[in-house]
Design a protein around this ligand. Sequence first.
Ligand SMILES: Cc1cc2nc3c(=O)[nH]c(=O)nc-3n(C[C@H](O)[C@H](O)[C@H](O)COP(=O)(O)OP(=O)(O)OC[C@H]3O[C@@H](n4cnc5c(N)ncnc54)[C@H](O)[C@@H]3O)c2cc1C
Length: 427
Amino acid sequence: MPERRYDVVVIGSGPGGLAAAIAARKEGAEKVLMIERDVELGGILQQCIHNGFGVEIFKEDLPGPAYAQRFINEMLGLKVDTLLDTMVLDITPERTIFATNKSLGILSIQAEAIVLAMGCRERTRAQIRIPGSRPAGVYSAGTAQRWVNVEGFMPGKRFVILGSGDIGMIMARRLTFEGAKVERVLELMPYLSGLNRNYVQCLLDYDIPLQLKHTVKQIFGNSRVEAIESVRVDDNLQPIAGSEEIIPCDTLLLSVGLIPENELSRKAGVKIDPLTSGPVVDNHFHTSVEGIFSAGNVVHVYDLVDWVTEAGLAAGKAASRFAMGLMESNRSYIKMKAGVNVRYVVPQLVNRTSIAQEEVRLQMRVTRPSEEPVWVEVSDGKNLITRRALPYARPGEMVTISLKPSQAVAIQKAQELSVHVNPRHIK
Ligand SMILES: Cc1cc2nc3c(=O)[nH]c(=O)nc-3n(C[C@H](O)[C@H](O)[C@H](O)COP(=O)(O)OP(=O)(O)OC[C@H]3O[C@@H](n4cnc5c(N)ncnc54)[C@H](O)[C@@H]3O)c2cc1C
């Protein structure tokens, strides 16, 4: 098996991977390789033909493929090598990558640094255990999106969507455009799980009803879905007897969460955070394995693609510096801890040395919504380090706060910092 050698190898060509490859080349890495299992570059953006991409980075409202194409052009212009239709099968902690490709066979590639950018996959029916028969017509929202937007195939005429994730809401509107009837979007939780802007633009604008605190109790149909039974749930998310309703439909779409794709990361020995299901990373997106970096939805599920691009740029730059032997070897860290009403914080670790040199952006999701104004606060347990006021906090929208170099003196001696999201009336 002939071995190839690269300074930086990026796995996955979504917005995270594209940005990483670009940044790695711009930072000075000479030999950069992008490996993608699909036959085209662009990742999930290829099937996201709706607009809403690039508002933060380009101050433009672009469709997904147009957003991706700008980065594809830039990456190819920087002479990054690409291997498409190539599936990475294994990565060792010594950064040897094993991949397979139809015409080249099994490949062995040695990297000085690797950026993991494999994105995430959708939760399935089996994972949320919906009882009932197993007819055709139960699909994940992303599968339906691929069929409608890329393959030109409509999976049904009359839909119910379970879950108010962004993909489900976007598909509710898309299917309506194609002449289908979307009967209902059901959401188990008492709040939206996707972005409010998608609720307004995809459901409200098209009179598609959303029922919070509702789920699917049963699926009916033998060869094809004929109906589902919905049920209201109580505050403990338990079904309320007597609230059942039969909703005739031929298709049930599931938009019930995304899971970062970390099988490869585990094989490489990368430590995974049980709260994010993604690698534990520092502020340079360096994982627990030397020379392996990670960016995008594989780290945690982002709300906006612009932040994925930003993370990819940071990870690619750091990977390039590592490959060239320019990265600080000091891996002394301050731990970031999720405090009041915070589900997780990324990065989980902040490099003690670099905090004096650069701003560190902490990103998190809240556990429960607050429609009242909140403080996002970082403290060392005794002292407040910094805080930021927000008009509200919702689980569907990421919350961000930055640590600035001017705060380094206050932070550097801490072992741990915790982040809290408290109502603003609490002093
Ligand atoms: C349906 C949908 C709608 C969205 N709508 C919006 C929106 O309106 N606005 C917005 O800002 N954001 C939106 N997003 C979010 C945004 O698209 C994602 O945040 C972004 O695509 C994640 O980028 P990524 O690079 O991490 O992963 P992805 O884009 O998922 O790319 C990962 C890539 O890795 C490849 N890969 C995985 N494993 C391997 C392997 N073993 N070997 C080789 N290659 C591999 C995959 O094939 C894929 O191409 C949407 C997301 C989805 C799913």
